[in-house]
Design a protein around this ligand. Structure first.
Ligand code: BG6
Length: 478
């Protein structure tokens, strides 16, 4: 493995999200959000997809987000562990419904603000830069049941009010902001992505793209607000990344892969370039989509992001013959199974070179700094008789991906930093499992919610500490 170099001041750290880590789902005045309605088990997927309406909790179901890993009470211990690894950045999200329990109030909930202020102050105490997502798969349920969530244009104002409260309350504490986590997931998982639930007979594409328009306008508007409140604020978009490879060099397969990439990049094209891309009109026409826009939207969309953030777990693959039967979802987005790749225990293709390819494509396209804000291996970990967790498979995965990111930097791409996903074990977004672990720190909790919640350092903890201490020069482990 050749040595790669990272720029001085490169940010190293890890990421969590409120809905997968905090728990305390009704504490401190918090309101119910979309993710609180996602049960463990067979109903999870239909609810996530917006195909099964779940507007009330049921007594016979287990909801993993309700307790999660109790970051709400343990954040000081968790941030201390991050500091021990040498983190210089920590990504988390603010739960919208801690600040606005229903979503349509006029002023924020002071208890919610106090909680996040304390989290960010704790980060600053250790010299850790917070990187904050405003909306990570959680919409206050009242906005879903009463307004239809992002189908409704009123959401733009609700979101802008919430975002303004965050920028004002955390000014001086937070500089790096992301508007919507994996905004393109709205297309693939509409309820968890954007609070959308479909009525029978509806054109789903119409609902999704109208909601997407509202989110894109909201994202641009809050980018503008962030810059007005403090010009030092840096705002990024966030893509569920991973390029599509053509299944073969048959031109039809190459075209299919390009179309699939555009489906996801559509969002970033708007957020980074400030207008709908030229290909959008035909796509909408062919899908029977007509977007209702306000006259001022084109101007609002011109407020582009400062940097492009993205998650990368796996590359994807498409062919002209791709359909529901021959494709499956790795990280929600449907793909053919690439026979050239090894796969994780959850079937996600492992492709470090795909990361370099994805980064090069994105920088060629946008010419804005990149920030890799999610990457990692979901795996089952075991504690041995000595109480240790030797997660060499995770170290190997991260080592190869950090190497690939280093190669992309050597290719000439400016990269702000790197936050691995689930730096402390948390609830998996797709399945709701705890046993799908990403962390450097093990959390004693099982899929059904049993366990002490105690934290245990894994072998990867010490390895990542060494990576950070050497600014990425020393990726080795024996
Ligand atoms: C991303 C999300 O899609 O992938 C995270 O932003 C999610 O919220 C992560 O947890 C990994 O997916 P999963 O399903 O393994 O948790």
């Amino acid at each position: 493995m050749s040595e790669v170099t990272f720029p001085e001041g490169f940010l190293w750290g890890g990421a969590l999200a409120a809905n997968q880590s905090e728990g305390s789902y009704l504490a401190g005045g918090k309101g119910l959000t979309t993710v609180d309605m996602l049960p463990l088990g067979a109903h999870r997927m239909p609810v996530k997809l917006g195909l099964e309406k779940r507007f009330a909790l049921r007594d016979d179901e287990f909801y993993p987000s309700h307790e999660a890993i109790d970051f709400y009470h343990r954040y000081k211990e968790d941030i201390a562990l991050m500091a021990e690894m040498g983190f210089t950045v920590f990504r988390t999200s603010i739960a919208w419904s801690r600040l606005y329990p229903n979503g349509d109030e006029l002023t924020p909930n002071a208890e919610g603000i106090a909680f996040y202020r304390s989290v960010f102050e704790e980060c600053r105490k250790y010299g850790i830069e917070p990187l904050v997502t405003l909306c990570h798969f959680d919409v206050p349920m009242h906005l879903v049941t009463y307004y239809g969530s992002w189908r409704n244009r009123k959401m733009i104002d609700f979101f802008a009010r919430y975002a303004r409260s965050c920028f004002e309350a955390f000014e001086g504490l937070v500089k790096y902001w992301l508007t919507f986590n994996e905004i393109n997931i709205l297309l693939h998982s509409p309820f968890s992505g954007a609070g959308l639930v479909f009525e029978p007979g509806e054109n789903h594409d119409q609902v999704k793209y109208q909601a997407a328009h509202h989110e894109l306008v909201a994202s641009a508007l809050v980018t503008k607000i962030a810059h007005e409140i403090n010009p030092a604020n840096q705002v990024g978009c966030m893509l569920a990344g991973g390029n599509f490879y053509p299944w073969s060099c048959k031109p039809e397969d190459v075209w299919a892969a390009l179309q699939k990439d555009r489906e996801n990049l559509f969002f970033i094209d708007v957020q980074a370039r400030g207008a709908y891309p030229s290909y959008a009109a035909r796509v909408f026409r062919e899908k029977g989509v007509e977007i209702v826009m306000a006259p001022e939207d084109a101007d609002t969309l011109r407020h582009t992001v400062d940097f492009i953030s993205f998650s990368y777990y796996a590359s994807r693959c498409a062919s002209a013959e791709m359909n529901e039967q021959n494709s499956s979802a790795a990280n929600v987005v449907k793909s053919l199974t690439n026979p050239h790749l090894q796969r994780s225990a959850w079937g996600w293709g492992i492709d470090p070179l795909g990361l370099r390819i994805t980064m090069n494509m994105m920088y060629d396209r946008y010419q804005k700094p990149l920030f890799l804000v999610e990457n990692g291996l979901g795996a089952r970990d075991e504690i041995n008789a000595a109480g240790e967790i030797n997660d060499d498979y995770r170290i190997h995965y991260l080592q190869q991906h950090i190497q690939a990111m280093g190669e992309a930097i050597a290719d000439g791409i400016p990269v702000i930093g790197y936050t691995t996903w689930g730096c402390i074990d948390l609830v998996a977004a797709s399945t709701g499992e705890m046993s799908k672990r990403y962390g450097f720190v093990y959390v004693d909790r099982d899929d059904q919610g049993h366990g002490t919640l105690n934290r245990v350092r894994k072998r990867s903890f010490w390895w990542y500490q060494q990576v950070i201490a050497s600014n990425g020069r020393n990726l080795s482990f024996e």
